[in-house]
Design a protein around this ligand. Structure first.
Ligand code: SF4
Ligand code: SF4
Length: 128
């Protein structure tokens, strides 16, 4: 399961992702991180059965945690199956099926936004 972790850093605060790994014993895969001096956003992936434990510990450290179910959405009425998103996505979220229609594996998305910028029909949006 993917979790979007929003961190508000206090001066001298410990690295909370590392502390959560140590405290829970759960392996956390960091897929994307955008950290500035006093705040940050980190996209992590953890095994489903461990997600609640990780969420609870992160929240105890003061982070906001959101479960991401459908990270990228495609408006089927706007999509023209041009394939631009297939070319730009670094995670291979998009592919063509046998009938050359676009299909998505949203669980692989890391919210980089490249497909949204590339889509010529504004058919894509990211979970906010
Ligand atoms: S880039 Fe946009 S219009 Fe083209 S296939 Fe992807 S979602 Fe559809
Ligand atoms: S946001 Fe990035 S990773 Fe997610 S589907 Fe779009 S291009 Fe792929």
């Amino acid at each position: 399961m993917k979790l979007l972790v929003k961190i508000h850093k206090k001066r001298g605060q410990e690295p909370i992702i590392a502390r959560t790994v140590l405290d829970t014993g759960v392996l956390i895969n960091v897929e994307r991180a955008n950290i500035e001096s006093m705040s940050g956003e980190v996209l992590i992936e953890v095994a489903d059965p461990e997600a609640k434990r990780v969420c609870d510990r992160l929240k105890e450290f003061g982070a906001e945690v959101e479960r991401l179910e459908d990270s990228v959405c495609r408006n089927e009425e706007e999509c023209i199956d041009c394939g631009e998103c297939v070319s730009v996505c670094p995670q291979n979220v998009f592919s063509f099926d046998e009938e050359w229609n676009i299909t998505l594996k949203t669980e692989k998305c890391v919210l980089c936004g490249k497909c949204v910028e590339a889509c010529p029909h504004n058919a894509l949006s990211l979970h906010q």
